[in-house]
Design a protein around this ligand. Structure first.
Ligand code: DQA
Length: 150
């Protein structure tokens, strides 16, 4: 089973970027942690980060037929990228949307995400643990899908 973790714009700066909101962990710390957790769960894990909308869409497309589920933190694109929303709607594998911060307790423009309607579920507000919960959800969804298909 293969899980892909996609991170959108500005998440490459985690650790240095607004640490009061996003914490002190770098993206590398989060990925290293997830790699360990994936090993315990017996699943393969891969990572992709880009600051570019098109690159995120290409990554979602390329993953068709290659991954069993995706965890995505679309960053600010969550709030307004119809193109990213359409790409998520177009793929056939389960997608879990995650956010480090609780977007519903922040500025009003963060309360709405265009992506949440097309993902299997959303996790928001648990810091780096959002990724761990996302991994658990993604593995569960992929397993359900495999057992539905067999
Ligand atoms: C974020 C929340 C978004 O509103 C913001 O634009 C980000 C990070 C989060 O993980 O909390 O870049 O997705």
């Amino acid at each position: 089973m293969k899980i892909l973790v996609i991170n959108g714009p500005n998440l490459n700066l985690l650790g240095r970027r607004e640490p009061q909101t996003y914490g002190k962990n770098t993206l590398r710390d989060i990925e290293d942690n997830l790699r360990e957790q994936a090993e315990h769960l017996g699943v393969e894990i891969d990572f992709f980060q880009s600051n570019h909308e098109g690159a995120l869409i290409d990554c979602l497309h390329t993953a068709i037929g290659k991954v069993d589920a995706v965890i995505i933190n679309p960053g600010a694109y969550s709030h307004y990228s119809i193109a990213l929303r359409d790409a998520i709607a177009a793929v056939d594998y389960p997608v879990v949307e995650i956010h480090l911060s609780n977007i519903y307790s922040r500025e009003p423009f963060r309360h709405h995400t265009v992506t949440s309607a097309v993902v299997n579920g959303q996790i928001s507000g648990f810091g780096p643990f959002s990724y761990t919960l996302g991994l658990m959800a993604a593995v569960d969804l992929a397993r359900q899908r495999q057992s539905d298909e067999s």
